[in-house]
Design a protein around this ligand. Structure first.
Ligand code: GLA
Length: 372
């Protein structure tokens, strides 16, 4: 294993163990997690592996096979760049009162970068999972996900919800993870496309627009302001949509419309999956995209073209996935339409002079685990 060899080369000893945590793709339920709503992501076959040994002196020695120079940190606060996602997990666990010493760490990852497939959540969760075992913390998978989210919110400074970290920690092979982001209750829902002659294609636009992080924070604020105006704890609690919309205007109105209808779409998709009608979820994916584009305003030209050309090529449904402003779209496609969808999307990009997007099928894989 490459990560073990690199660990030996770097530190002149064997690692105490090797762990893996996957990236994720979200089937539906976008920008609902921080509104206490519903999400339905699944863990991907790609992720981050970490070879780790504990250290008694509290020091962190970190190396990534995807980044330049290794770093040695006396305290997590010294971390920069990618190392913040690792150091942040030490920080979050120690803040939470856990006795976590230092570690020697080598990271190796194969989540496509910039694709919006949560390589950073995978990195946080793999570190949390390793530390949980090495330091005998006795945390549940959800508690690891929450520590990872805290690292991202309060250490890295990105106000994300819990979806990405939970999907990475709790995913199961062949299943999507339905989660109520208020109760943190989860259920793994069988998601077997092959037996229905279907594939879920990821279309990686290869772009990530600068404004992504700032706009994410602003959307979150819009939602919180709308909830306050409506006198509810979170937009999840809106039961009378028409009544709520009548009390709101502008951005707050549009954001509310998206979040409330998106929660309904997640529930509708769950119902269809339960009934074995997976072919029928396509129109809900399409509706989700329109709502994200027009009401939540987090799409971009590259995502819209990917979605529209996929549907024109014969996809049963398509939508942007993840935070937006770049990253990836997904398309639900019957086996015999895969080629025509590829051609349609690639052609639409070529027409505009854009670099060809990467297109590959995704199947639900297992969540975080020990490899060695
Ligand atoms: C990013 C965040 C998630 C979630 C999605 C949008 O991936 O990290 O918490 O809010 O955007 O659904």
């Amino acid at each position: 294993m490459r990560v073990v060899e690199a660990f030996r080369d770097s530190y002149g000893m064997e690692p105490a163990g090797v762990w893996h945590a996957p990236g994720r793709v979200n089937l539906i339920g976008e920008h609902t997690d921080y509104n206490d709503g519903f999400v339905l992501p699944f863990a991907l076959p790609w992720g981050v592996s970490a070879a780790v040994s504990p250290r008694e002196d509290g020091v962190l020695r970190l190396r990534s096979l995807q980044a330049g120079e290794p770093v040695t940190l006396a305290t997590p606060g010294e971390a920069e760049g990618w190392a913040r996602y690792v150091a942040g997990v030490f920080w979050a666990l120690r803040q939470g009162g856990q006795r976590v010493g230092g570690a020697d760490v080598v990271i190796d990852g194969d989540v496509p970068r910039g694709a919006g497939l949560s390589s950073s959540a995978a990195l946080e969760v793999v570190v949390g999972t390793a530390l949980n075992e090495l330091y005998g913390l006795g945390l549940t998978k959800m508690e690891i996900a929450l520590a990872a989210q805290r690292a991202e919110n309060d250490f890295v400074g990105m106000p994300c919800g819990i979806m990405d970290q939970a999907a990475s920690a709790l995913g199961e092979e062949g299943k999507a993870l339905f989660m109520d982001c208020r109760s943190l209750g989860t259920r793994n829902i069988p998601f077997d496309l092959a037996s229905h002659g279907l594939q879920l294609l990821i279309i990686n636009t290869g772009v990530r627009h600068e404004l992504a992080d700032g706009q994410y924070a602003r959307r979150r604020e819009d939602c919180e302001n709308a909830a306050e105006r409506l006198g509810v704890d979170a937009l999840r609690d809106v039961t009378d949509l028409a009544g709520a919309l009548a009390k709101l205007s502008g951005d707050e109105r549009r954001r509310t419309q998206h979040v409330v209808t998106e929660n309904h779409r997640v529930e509708a998709v769950i119902g269809l999956l339960r009934a074995g009608a997976v072919r029928e979820i396509g129109s809900l994916l399409n509706a989700s995209h329109l709502s994200l584009r027009d009401q939540f305003e987090v799409s971009c030209a590259e995502l819209d073209v990917a979605v529209e050309s996929a549907v024109r090529g014969g996809a049963r449904g398509a939508r942007m996935t993840g935070g937006g402003f770049g990253g990836s779209a997904i398309a639900l496609v019957a086996d015999d339409r895969v080629e025509s969808v590829r051609e349609s999307v690639t052609g639409a990009y070529a027409e505009r002079g854009w670099a060809a997007p990467e297109i590959y099928p995704a199947t639900p894989a297992a969540g975080a685990r020990r490899l060695l």
